[in-house]
Design a protein around this ligand. Structure first.
Ligand code: GTQ
Length: 367
């Protein structure tokens, strides 16, 4: 028997006993750099809305279908059977709630954030506090808080949900529980915490004893983040992100949600950021504006309403090609990577931080 035959036979023997030879496979586990097959991808809001309205016609909300949501499925992860994965860690869904509807109360160990896209008069009730949702607001549903959504207005309401589905799944930490009734009993006045915290500078004395988990502030209003970004425009932007802020837990100063990072960035007309890459992945929503993002040499052209995926460790830079400010909201897995000491950043040195554009994304060519 030749030496290589002997090795092959030996590996087979191991495999039969559910054992493996590290000397053949170490590079599968310990890669030099992040190695993954998550593709970047972009979706148009109008296409998703068309499907959502159809779902509005055919799907009645109730205990057997609690939420009317169409999720952003990464095509490369679907091939691996990872249902509902935008990246290995993050899930993104677009939710429609019609006037008068209630999406019944439940709770789960996934963290959720919501970003309001259009409509008025709906609320998310979190542990019995109604948080009214206006366009551009970001709302938290921390792990295992009871939450239901209701709609008191008269136009369809659409928002984006961001959950840490992949993170929770990889630790097999998922628990889910429906509430016995459609809605959880109200515990506090409407928007109680929002009104006390939304200055961003003060906190109520009755919360002096809180340890900061979860964030006592659950709703972050668009007009607040907008006005901070407006004030920042007086100064130099961040070279990689433009004028950008992370939503903050007012007690800890850390990420608003403990596990899901949330960021709003403003790109002024003509602004072009420099390329960098980081381990954290993100899902973006274009709140307003026109432009493109270059991801590893591929141009992703976006306009108001679009959603796109930024995979881990991919070079990216943003360009505002419009004549108005562009606002990009995104959520990410950065807080978890930081807790695990896995986050890293690198900036592109060549060509003054600008990537060469090799192609333009179209959904037909992708994956
Ligand atoms: O609204 O509670 O998109 O539980 C996915 C899971 C939304 C929600 C989603 C959920 C929700």
């Amino acid at each position: 028997m030749s030496n290589s035959q002997e090795h092959a036979q030996f590996s087979k023997d191991l495999e039969r006993n559910n054992l493996g030879p590290l000397w053949d496979n170490i590079l599968h586990m310990v890669t030099k750099e992040p190695d993954h097959d998550i593709v970047p991808y972009l979706w148009k809001l109008d296409q998703i809305k068309e499907y959502l309205y159809k779902a509005g016609d055919i799907l009645k909300l109730g205990r057997t279908s609690e939420r009317r949501v169409i999720y952003l499925q990464n095509p490369s992860l679907m091939k691996k059977g990872l249902i509902g994965y935008s990246t290995y860690t993050l899930y993104a869904g677009i939710q429609l709630l019609l006037p008068g509807e209630v999406a019944p109360s439940h709770r789960h160990s996934q963290s959720a954030i919501r970003f309001v896209i259009e409509g008025d008069g709906a609320y998310t009730s979190v542990d019995g506090e109604k948080l009214y949702m206006e366009k551009g607001d970001c709302i938290l549903t921390p792990p295992f808080c009871w939450h239901d959504h209701g709609h008191e207005g008269n136009e369809p309401m659409i928002w984006m949900d961001g959950l840490d589905v992949g993170i929770v799944k990889s630790f097999a930490g998922s628990f889910y529980e429906p509430y016995a009734n459609e809605t959880y009993p109200l515990q506090r006045p409407d928007d109680f915490s929002t009104k006390q915290y939304s200055s961003g500078s003060f906190r109520p004395v009755c919360d002096r004893g809180l340890d900061g988990y979860p964030s006592p502030q659950k709703s972050y209003k668009w007009n607040q983040v907008k006005s901070v970004l407006e004030q920042m425009t007086e100064f130099d932007p961040d070279p990689f992100d433009g004028y950008a802020v992370d939503y903050m837990n007012p007690v800890t100063g850390g990420s608003a949600d403990y596990r899901i990072g949330t960021t709003m960035q403003k790109l002024t007309p003509g602004m072009r950021t420099k390329a960098h890459r980081h381990v954290h992945s993100a899902v973006y929503h274009v709140m307003e504006g026109n432009g493109y993002t270059v991801i590893d040499g591929v141009k992703f052209e976006w306009s108001k309403g679009d959603f796109f995926i930024l995979p881990p460790w991919r070079w990216h830079e943003h360009v505002n090609t419009g004549d108005k400010d562009a606002h990009l909201f995104s959520f990410n897995d950065r807080p978890v990577l930081q807790m695990l000491k896995l986050e890293r950043n690198e900036s592109l040195e060549q060509n003054n931080g600008r990537q060469e554009i090799k192609s333009t994304f179209s959904p037909e060519d992708a994956a």
